[in-house]
Write a protein that binds this ligand. Sequence first.
Ligand code: CA
Length: 730
Amino acid sequence: MKPLNIAAFTAASLFILSACSGGQDPADESANASAEEAVFADVSDDRLNNAAATPAEWLGYGFDREETRHSPLTGITADNVGELGVAWTYDLATSRGVESTPIVIDGVMYVTSAWSIVYALDAKTGEELWVYDPDVDRAVGVNACCDVVNRGVALYEGKLYLGVIDGRVEALDAKTGDLIWSKVTVDQSKPYTITGAPRVVDGKVLIGNGGAELGVRGYLNALDAETGELIWRFYTVPSPDKQPDGAASDSAFETVGNITWGEEGAWKTDGGGGTVWDSIIYDEETDSVIFGVGNGSPWNQTLRDPSGLDNLFLSSIVAVDADTGEYKWHFQTTPGDNWDYTATQTLIIATLPLGEGGADRRVVMQAPKNGFFYVLDATTGEFLSGNNYVPVNWATGLDDSGRPVEVPEARYAEIPYLQTPGPLGGHNWHPMAYNPDVGLAYIPAQEIPQAYATDPRFQDNSTKWNTGADFAAGVPQLVPSEVFKFLRSGLKGRLIAWDPIAQEARWTVEHDGPWNGGVLSTAAGIVFQGKLNGEFAAYDAATGEELWVADVKSGAASGPGTYEIDGEQYVTITTGWGSAYLLSAGGVAAPQPVQPTVGKVVTFKVGADGTIPDVDIPLVEASPKTDEFGTDEQLALGLVQYARNCTVCHGPFAVGAGVLPDLRWSSYTSSADAWKGVLIDGNLQSIGMVSFADVLSEDEVEAIRAYVVQQAHNTDGINDAIASEGGGLQ
Ligand code: CA
């Protein structure tokens, strides 16, 4: 099915072209040809505002402006979904984390991989049309809290917009992949990253950034789509001296923001956080941009801002004027964030009968990390209702204004508090969907508890991970199998069909573990979701009954999409290991061992019988174990410094996840000099392992080596624990 209004756009473009080219006859064949070229991937505001009118295409990150991820396509039904087969697959260029949702327009699929690489593919066959690599310096990878992922691109008026992990935003020619403009949108001397998909509204490219685990000041940029020039910027935390920035956010801080921050604390040097790293939506009815704001820098509020004030706009949903960036309203989900409780998760606009006498009301919905599902008035931000969608033990509920009623112990100090949700959230970046026909939001939900305690070794203004929360809290020197069993038993994941009016689950599907995939909903009453165990499944939208499942042979965490070509409906998903969970908790919860895989696009249609190529990267040969060494003090120091500096990429307890090296098997452990050469001298910087000389002493580096070797010798116990569960989660 062709876009309904393509003829009108072609005619309009012809008219403009002929006007600009000195009155050529519009019927002239050369003018006609150039006009057709000009309308390639001609995504306009009108088309974006009416995405449901062209359901054959997938025009934006969340399908439509409301980001429902609900497609009107009905070619795949409950009756034939069981006949879905692999239409084609495509290998992405890396084995690193995969989070991308493909955009499909004019028969072309635009998809991204780790290191911000863009691929244009024939959406019917998977044939490669062009590849664009922004050629990122691999050393910036250390700034990425949660791997060097990318969640997708935006298309607008023939151009493609890309956020690059090093803070660039770039515009490409959608037809050729040629670079049109490139702008650095961050201070590259600071640990900013961009992983999110841009959105384009009325000629403005909206893009935020990440980095709040290391220490940055968050903001949302609106760039001129033609030139990349900055049009407006909305900061999410005040400047250190609370003086105006000359930015769109100035009035917001003057009126409501500045008074929520104290006069001292690490926020003044560490940026305060509040990065806008994922969800940005546009509400056409009010001409507002509504975006989600992340956690504080550092996490620990006692260190960030000992005043204990609310710290706007951390962990908030904020609405601004789309033209000017001027503040309209905000709702803070987690006042005085202390736990990495971002409110960056999927925002969806819907119309629900919540007005006076059951009248329609336009609302915005979110299931942020903190475990509560919120329904707000989209025009005013008024809190309408909320309830917890996963178990929470940091608050007993929400008061009438939507403010959490906190449990005092959750404001942790030296004594750890075992909390749920933990910093990975009750819901993370995995896109939520909403089906208006059955009135259900589909939440990829999870339970990953975490012990929070104040880190006595916190360094103000660090360049590396710097949360003020002690990642070594409660971690034993030797990890007995019981600890592994205990940790694994507490990890849960489920698909929740949430009724936003009743504020309760209508049905749930329990999965084998957490970190399951984003959701696609279709008008045929089907919900698609990938899982961490490598399955991709379809469920009945109303009941949760499983209708179909396929083995995609790798992690399937991304948001799936759907489109139609020549009357056939396709369902597509990007697959691959990596991204935050496997990197940060691989040894605890991932399938064991994780076989590395090249990231892939896997596309299905009814009646296809293709196959997914088998895993093609050999497991790294393990080096012989280095002899154990080190005093008790040295090993204890190694545990602490490993937990603080190495866990997030190389795995807790030095148990890797297969994507980045498992240090227990590294030949570098056999030589103090070689080890120091990597950690202090930066000898592996070119492949992304930068020097830690600014945060670690030589003694600490050697202590980490002793700890990693100790863990290598402790491996049998760990493997026993996993084996005793009958193969773990695989
Ligand atoms: Ca965070």
